[in-house]
Design a protein around this ligand. Structure first.
Ligand code: GLN
Length: 501
C-alpha cells in the first residue's frame, strides 16, 4: 500500500476506507499510536482509546451498511474549547481541569455523530483561547513539530501541531483574533475562519462572544472545504447563528462550482482580482515572510488572477480596538467560573466571598487575569465611553474599510503574521510584543469576515510561512477553491516535518 496514512488527504482516506484497504478501526489505531509516540509535543490533553475505538467501530458498521458520507470513519481531534460529553473539556485552564460536559458542542455533534468522524481526543490550547503562542495553557506549552524549541502559534496550537506532525488528519480550532490562521501558518497547514455566525458557538467555551468562530484545520484547502461543509449551518441553540439565504448555501457546492469552467484553460483564476493592502507590507514585517507571501501572490497571478493595490487604513487600530473589546467580553464570560456554577473551588475559605476570590485566584492563569482586569476596567463607569464605546466605533470603521476594499477586489491577500514561529519563552514576559503579532489577523475578526491561512513557503529559520486569504462575507467556498487551485500548482501544504515522517 503506497498511501502514507499519516499525511493522506481526506479524499484519499475516504477512498482507502471505501475500497477496504483500511478500516476505520485501523486508521484510529494508526493515529492513536502516533499521538502516543509524540506525547513530548504536548499537543493532546486527553486521549481515551476505548472511546475512540468505539466511535471507529460504529463508523465501520456504517461503512459496511453502505451509509458512509464523505467523512465517515476518518479520524480527527477537537481543540479543548469544544465541550465533549465523554472526553474532559478543560479550555486549557486549571479552572476546568476535571470538567466533563453533560452535552456535546454542536460542532462535535455534527462532525462525530452526524458525519461519523472518529474523535482521537482533545487538543491543547492557550487558556480560554487567550494567546498567540500556546504558552498560556495551564497544562504546559505545545511544541512546534518543525522545531521543538519553538512555539506552534496560538491559541489553537495543539490542533496545528497535531495536524502538522501527522498525529491526526484534521482538527477543529477556534479563532477570536487569529487563532485558526496564525497557528496554521506557523505549523505549515491550512485553516479557515468562517464568516461570523456560520459555525455554531453552542458548546464552544466562550472567550469573546462577538468574535469567536470555530473552523477546520487540515493539510489542504480541499480538506478544509469538506470539514467546514460538515461543521457549518444554522443552530437555533446559538442566538448569533445565521439563518439567511447566503448562510444556507452549501460550502462544498460553491467550492466545486467556482473556477470549474476555467479549469482546463491553464488560467483557472482568470478574472479574479486580488487586493494587496499596503498596510500589510510595512514596517515590522520580516523580509523572509514578505518574500514568501509575494511569491505566493505571484503564483496566483500565474493562475490568471490580477493584482490590485488596496488600502486598509485602520489596520494599526485593530490592535487597541481588539484588546479592548475582547477583554471586555472575556471579563463577562469568565464571571461564571466562580467555584459554584463552574470551575475549580478553593479547598479552604472563610465565607462565600472569600471562596469565590480564592477559587478565581487559584483557577485562572496570568493571561485570563490580565484580560479580566482590563475588561472590567474598560467597562467601568467613567471609562466605558472613552475606551469601550470608542473601540466599538473603531470596529465599525475597520469593517467599513474592508467593504471599501472589496469594491475593487474579490479577495485580499497578505501575510498571516509578521514573523515565523519564535522560540518558546522569547516573548513570554512581554504581553504587548505578543499582541503585536496579531496585527494582520485581528481586523478580519473585528469585521466578522472569513479568513484563511495557506502554507506558502519557509523563512530563513526554515519555519513555515502562511499566506492569508480574506474574502467577503459568505465567500468561503470560493476562497477555498482559489486556495485549492494554488495548492494544485505548489506543494508547500504537502511538506512535512522530518522528525515526524
Ligand atoms: N492572540 C489573540 C488573543 O490572544 C487571538 C486569540 C484567539 O483568536 N483565540 O486574544
Amino acid at each position: 500500500m503506497s498511501l502514507n496514512l499519516s499525511y493522506a488527504s481526506l479524499k484519499s482516506l475516504r477512498a482507502a476506507l471505501d475500497s477496504k484497504q483500511v478500516s476505520s478501526v485501523e486508521l484510529a489505531e494508526h493515529f492513536l499510536a502516533r499521538a502516543e509516540d509524540a506525547l513530548s509535543l504536548n499537543a493532546f490533553l486527553h486521549i481515551d482509546r476505548g472511546l475512540t475505538l468505539s466511535q471507529a467501530r460504529a463508523a465501520d458498521a456504517r461503512i459496511a451498511k453502505g451509509e458512509a458520507g464523505a467523512l465517515t470513519g476518518i479520524p480527527m481531534a477537537h481543540k479543548d474549547i469544544f465541550v465533549t460529553r465523554s472526553w474532559r473539556s478543560t479550555a486549557g485552564s486549571k479552572m476546568l481541569a476535571d470538567y466533563v460536559s453533560p452535552f456535546d458542542a454542536t460542532v462535535v455533534e455534527k462532525l462525530n455523530h452526524g458525519a461519523g468522524m472518529v474523535c482521537l481526543g482533545k487538543l491543547n490550547c492557550d487558556e480560554f483561547a487567550m494567546g498567540s503562542s500556546n504558552e498560556n495553557s495551564a497544562f504546559g506549552a505545545v511544541k512546534n513539530p518543525w522545531d521543538t524549541s519553538r512555539i506552534p502559534g496560538g491559541s489553537s496550537g495543539g490542533s496545528a501541531a497535531a495536524v502538522a506532525a501527522g498525529l491526526t488528519p484534521a482538527a477543529t480550532g477556534t479563532d477570536t483574533g487569529g487563532s485558526l490562521r496564525q497557528p496554521a501558518a506557523m505549523c505549515g497547514i491550512s485553516a479557515i475562519k468562517p464568516t461570523y455566525g456560520r459555525v455554531s458557538r453552542y458548546g464552544m467555551i466562550a472567550f469573546a462572544s462577538s468574535l469567536d468562530q470555530g473552523g477546520p484545520m487540515a493539510r489542504g484547502a480541499e480538506d478544509c472545504a469538506l470539514l467546514l461543509d460538515a461543521m457549518a449551518g444554522f443552530d437555533e441553540r446559538d442566538s448569533t447563528s445565521l439563518n439567511n439565504k447566503q448562510a444556507a448555501t452549501p460550502i462544498l457546492a460553491r467550492f466545486s462550482e467556482a473556477y470549474a469552467s476555467n479549469a482546463s484553460t491553464g488560467a483557472p483564476l482568470q478574472g479574479v482580482r486580488i487586493g494587496v493592502p499596503q498596510e500589510f507590507f510595512g514596517e515590522g514585517l520580516s523580509a523572509d515572510v514578505r518574500a514568501a507571501v509575494e511569491a505566493a501572490i505571484g503564483e496566483f497571478e500565474k493562475l490568471g488572477a490580477t493584482r490590485v493595490e488596496i488600502s486598509l487604513p485602520r489596520t494599526r487600530l485593530s490592535i487597541p480596538a481588539y484588546y479592548v473589546i475582547a477583554p471586555a467580553e472575556a471579563s463577562s464570560n469568565l464571571s461564571r467560573f466562580d467555584g459554584v456554577r463552574y470551575g475549580h473551588r478553593a479547598k479552604e475559605y472563610r465565607d462565600l466571598k472569600d471562596m469565590i476570590e480564592r477559587s478565581r485566584a487559584e483557577g485562572f492563569g496570568a493571561e485570563p487575569k490580565r484580560r479580566i482586569l482590563t475588561g472590567a476596567w474598560v467597562l467601568s463607569h467613567g471609562y466605558y465611553d472613552a475606551y469601550y464605546l470608542q473601540a466599538q466605533r473603531v470596529r465599525r470603521l475597520i469593517a467599513q474599510d474592508f467593504q471599501e476594499a472589496f469594491k475593487s477586489c474579490d479577495f485580499i491577500m497578505g501575510p498571516v503574521a509578521p514573523t515565523t514561529a519564535w522560540k518558546i519563552g522569547e516573548k513570554n514576559n512581554d504581553p504587548v510584543a505578543m499582541y503585536l503579532e496579531d496585527i494582520f489577523t485581528l481586523g478580519v475578526s473585528l469585521a466578522g469576515l472569513p479568513g484563511m491561512s495557506v502554507p506558502c513557503g519557509f523563512g530563513a529559520d526554515k519555519m513555515p510561512v502562511g499566506l492569508q486569504i480574506i474574502g467577503n462575507y459568505f465567500d468561503e467556498g470560493r476562497m477555498l477553491a482559489a486556495a485549492h487551485q494554488y495548492q494544485q500548482v505548489t506543494d508547500w501544504h504537502a511538506r512535512t516535518p522530518e522528525a515526524f515522517r
